[in-house]
Structures are given as C-alpha cells and as structure tokens.
Design a protein around this ligand. Structure first.
Ligand code: HEC
Ligand code: HEC
Length: 89
C-alpha cells in the first residue's frame, strides 16, 4: 500500500517536470521582439535619463503627434504608453 503511493508520487513528479519543460520550450520559441526601441541619439538621449516611463512619455508627442515633425506612421497601434512597446534599452 505504502509503496503504491510513492509510485504515484513519482509519476506525478515526472509529469510535473515534463509540463514545466514544455512551457519553457514554448516561451523560448516566442518570436523575437521587433518593435524599435527608443533610439540612442541626440534627440532622444535626455529621455533615457528621465526616471519613470510615464514622466518620459509626456514628451514623445511634442514631436511625434500627427502635426509635428516626426508623426507616427499610418496604422500605428494605439499610442498610449509609448515606452511599453518602444523600450528604453
Ligand atoms: C524633440 C523631438 C522628439 C521627441 C521629444 C521624441 N522624439 Fe522620437 N524621434 C524624433 C525624430 C525627429 C525621429 C526621426 C529621426 C530619428 O530616428 O532620430 C524620431 C524617431 C523615433 C523612433 C524611430 C526610431 C527608429 O528606429 O526608426 C522611435 C521609436 C521614437 N522616436 C520614439 C520616441 C519616444 C517613445 C519618445 C518619448 C519617450 C520620443 N520618441 C520623443 C523626435 C523626437
Ligand atoms: C502597442 C505598442 C506600441 C505603442 C504603445 C506605441 N508604439 Fe510606436 N510603433 C509600434 C509598432 C509595432 C510600430 C511599427 C514599426 C515597428 O515594428 O517598429 C511602431 C512605429 C513607431 C514609429 C515609426 C518608426 C518605427 O520604428 O517604425 C515611431 C516614431 C513610433 N512608433 C513612436 C511611438 C510613440 C511616440 C509612441 C507613444 C505616443 C508609440 N510609438 C507608442 C508599437 C507601439
């Protein structure tokens, strides 16, 4: 009786490891992130130093709004929270 129980436990542990390995493989196969990060150039360098994404994002639309000098491309995804997608790397 006691032996049967530990046998079940062993199978349970093996299944657990297999499931974990499966999830790991799945995550490692996720496509690479392709969205361009916040550029490292003279225009954007000061924005890398602002603490807090929300603070830094206040400035983006000064240049990237529709009527400004670097408007977002057509079909740009919803533009809230720029730095969630365009990461500061
Ligand atoms: C002072 C104006 C200005 C501000 C403020 C600004 N940008 Fe820009 N940005 C530009 C200009 C001009 C370009 C196009 C030339 C270049 O690539 O540097 C550009 C290009 C970009 C690009 C494209 C880079 C690429 O690889 O093609 C991204 C992404 C970007 N900005 C994101 C941001 C984000 C996010 C913010 C706010 C945190 C921001 N910018 C604030 C002027 C600005
Ligand atoms: C939901 C994710 C998301 C958010 C939020 C977002 N973007 Fe983008 N942005 C993209 C994608 C995807 C592209 C298409 C080009 C690419 O793959 O980089 C793009 C393109 C751009 C481009 C054109 C240059 C390039 O890299 O192709 C600029 C400039 C830009 N975004 C600036 C901004 C700014 C400024 C904000 C905030 C006001 C913002 N984005 C918010 C996902 C996002």
């Amino acid at each position: 009786m006691k032996q049967k129980k530990s046998h079940k436990l062993l199978i349970g542990n093996i299944l657990f490891v297999i499931v974990c390995a499966g999830i790991l493989v799945f995550l490692l196969n996720a496509p690479e992130e392709t969205t361009s990060p916040l550029p490292h150039d003279d225009i954007h360098s000061s924005l890398h130093n602002i603490e807090g994404k929300k603070e830094a994002e206040k400035y983006c639309l000064n240049c990237h709004d529709a009527d400004k000098k670097a408007p977002l491309p057509d079909g740009h995804p919803p533009k809230y929270r720029c730095l969630f997608c365009h990461k500061r790397l």
